[in-house]
Ligand binder design. Structure first.
Ligand code: MSP
Length: 655
């Protein structure tokens, strides 16, 4: 029955590296929304997973010397481990290499092909490998001029390809967005999409010739081609519903999705590619596309490991606990906006909200009740009316905000009550009531405080499941009760009336210990690359030369292989070049032209081990195609003095 179900998705992540804050952020947000809807009693499907085809993943696999499937099989386990640590309670982890997904992609392609929605044509254009997209001349120029990208990021590609008639749906999409103001949210993103749609929408190239890139799902109607990675990836949202190759309609239980959560950088692919694909398929569009902002360093500088301003989620979890990390990212900025991150900012927020506000209130409630009222939930007639009003408003606001993915607003509603609770203790002074023997008033105050803690722990459960359960346990409540309590609170019932009178309380250690300074796992990040010791060493005082440094991923782009020279002869048209045949462990030897004629007699080279740059794009050198480069040593102006070689078999990776 529609309305009873809730289907939420994250983007599926490229398996070309390790998870970082961007991936953690979207997934935590989706997890909190999913947990909350489950606790409200809805039937929830929460889908996340990995995008495993395409050039990017293929290149990452090649850089590790692995075939792409082995590469993704290994890497996906690391990703799942990180998401498990972050307590992501997904219903399915989809991989685009899953069999059912491949079948869905082929079914959709065939259906669109049969319906004439896909056609074949020649295409020439700029390809941006990093994002796996073709870009226009104008976009390429702009991005180079802005300094964001260099010419090396783009490849000029001419080929025959298959195209999806995306342009046909331009007006229908505009109409849909205009008629559904909360289809693309927040509003600024909606305007961005409408602005984009003011220009003429072209058709979408949805194939890659296998001759260029074979790591993908084969087109069912042309075996020479694989499917474009985005067309393949977007369909994961349908596969995740049980949409099957055999046309079983059971997927309609979940489709259309309630929410697709995405980062603002992948808005066009979702709001335009995905939606027009669905229009062509005759499927309803998702209810909401929520594009969140990006986390950047506080000073606005780009985050990079070398600048020491990268958000290290693992260390934050080590230092402050996973629950605090989940809380911080959803509380610190409004979902949808960009966020400036600093470790000091994290510490401040943690101490203020978790240690001082919530932790302190729980500590006060539990220890004072233990000390003066025997450590059980005290009796009282009714909650303090002022607190009750804040709590009633809080429960309603929490529900409204979480339903709209305004996590910040929802959390703020709970913490408004928590702060009011601390103020209440300060003004009612239970210690003075105890001294004066005003037991009834003391019971009232302590019960109210404990009820606020129960209220907060219940509503915060989807955000901080472990800390919430810990607090509920100390209050004599079980975690199972949350699923009953949340619908009640949302309906305005049992507000500040969750605790069973007489239940035993347990104070225990602080829920959120306060930190005066950044705890070790995080502080170490600022201790310099080798930690304190190396910084004191004499060597580090002699500066390294001023080089144009590269990052490891730049180096990892090189595919270096060990090779053996099979033959060598003079180049017919160039007196500095030799033409070599080199075995690099492939089906045939490579032909390599090398400028080493002045240093070697060709006959001496035969049988020699060399190191070959194997992924250097082949090019003709004076009429002969050269399919790689040899690594050589040169001394000053003397030119090449020796070749680099490894005692290894042809084809072995050198790195
Ligand atoms: N594979 C595609 C998505 C296909 S969905 C059918 C992809 N993958 S990704 O791994 O590159 O990025 C996934 C998400 O991470 C994007 O939503 C992106 O916005 C998000 N982030 C990457 N860095 C980020 C920050 N620094 N901050 C917040 N999110 C950012 O794109």
């Amino acid at each position: 029955m529609p309305g009873d179900t809730f289907y939420i998705t994250t983007p599926i992540y490229y398996l070309n590296g390790s998870p970082h804050i961007g991936h953690a952020y979207t997934t935590i947000a989706a997890d909190v929304a999913a947990r909350y809807q489950r606790l409200k009693g809805r039937d929830v499907r929460f889908l996340t997973g990995t995008d495993e085809h395409g050039q990017k993943v293929l290149e990452a696999a090649e850089a590790r010397g692995l075939d792409p499937k082995t590469h993704t099989d290994r890497l996906v386990e690391d990703w799942k481990a990180v998401m498990n640590r972050l307590k992501i309670d997904y219903d399915r982890w989809i991989r685009t290499t899953d069999e059912d997904h491949e079948a869905v992609v082929q079914r959709v392609l065939q259906k669109l092909w049969d319906a004439g929605e896909i056609y074949k044509a020649d295409y020439e254009g700029w390809y941006l490998v990093k994002d796996e997209v073709f870009v226009t001349d104008k976009e390429r120029d702009e991005r180079i001029q802005s300094g964001e990208l260099t010419e090396d990021h783009f490849r000029r590609i001419t080929e025959s390809n298959y195209f999806f008639r995306m342009s046909k749906y331009q007006q229908a999409l505009i109409d849909h967005i205009e008629a559904h103001p909360d289809f693309v949210v927040p509003e600024g993103r909606r305007n961005e999409v409408l602005g984009f749609l003011k220009g003429e929408l072209g058709d979408l190239c949805i194939s890659r010739p296998k001759a260029r890139m074979s790591w993908g799902i084969e087109l069912p109607f042309d075996h020479e081609f694989v499917c474009y990675v985005w067309f393949d990836a977007l369909l994961n949202y349908l596969t995740g519903t049980g949409f099957a190759a055999d046309g079983d309609p059971a997927y309609r239980r979940w489709w259309p999705a309630d929410y697709h959560l995405i980062g603002k950088d992948i808005l066009t692919t979702h709001a335009v590619y995905w939606t027009t694909m669905l229009l062509a398929l005759g499927e309803p569009l998702p209810l909401h596309l929520f594009a969140h902002g990006w986390w950047v360093s506080q000073d606005g500088a780009k985050m990079s490991k070398s600048a020491g301003n990268v958000i290290d989620v693992g260390r934050l979890c080590d230092a402050f606990g996973v629950d605090a990390v989940r809380y911080f990212f959803l509380r610190e900025i409004k979902f949808g906006a960009d966020g400036g991150f600093s470790y000091e900012g994290f510490l401040t927020r943690y101490n203020a909200d978790l240690a001082n506000d919530l932790g302190n209130l729980a500590h006060r409630g539990l220890t004072m009740t233990e000390k003066w009222l025997g450590g059980t939930v005290p009796a009282r007639d009714a909650p303090d009316p002022g607190l009750l009003a804040i709590a009633e408003e809080g429960a309603a606001t929490f529900d409204r905000c979480l339903g709209a993915l305004d996590f910040q607003g929802a959390l703020e509603a709970v913490f408004t009550l928590v702060r009011a609770g601390n103020k209440y203790v300060d003004t009612r002074q239970p210690w003075a009531l105890n001294k004066k023997g005003e037991t009834a008033a003391l019971r009232q105050v302590m019960r109210d405080v404990l009820e606020i803690c129960a209220f907060a722990a219940t509503l915060l459960h989807p955000v901080m499941p472990d800390r919430a359960e810990d607090l509920l346990g100390r209050l004599g409540l079980s975690a199972d009760g949350v699923a009953t309590a949340i619908p009640e609170l949302v309906a305005g019932r049992r507000i500040l009336a969750l605790l069973p009178e007489g239940a035993a309380l347990a104070s225990g250690d602080p829920l959120f210990p306060r930190f005066k300074e950044l705890p070790a796992p995080v502080a170490e990040l600022f201790a310099g690359p080798e930690g304190g010791e190396a910084a004191e060493g004499a060597d580090s005082e002699v500066p390294l030369p001023d080089l144009e440094w590269i990052e490891y991923p730049d180096f990892a782009k090189l595919l270096l292989k060990s090779g053996r020279v099979l033959s060598a002869e003079a180049h017919p048209n160039a007196d500095k070049l030799l033409v070599l045949k080199v075995d690099v462990g492939e089906a045939r030897p490579r032909t390599i032209c090398a400028g080493i004629r002045s240093a070697f007699d060709p006959a001496d080279l035969v049988g020699r081990n060399v190191v070959v740059v194997a992924n250097l794009k082949p090019r003709k050198m004076r009429g002969i195609p050269s399919e790689g480069m040899l690594l050589a040593a040169s001394h000053g102006d003397d030119g090449v003095v020796d070749l680099v070689g490894a005692s290894a078999e042809p084809g072995d990776r050198v790195s």
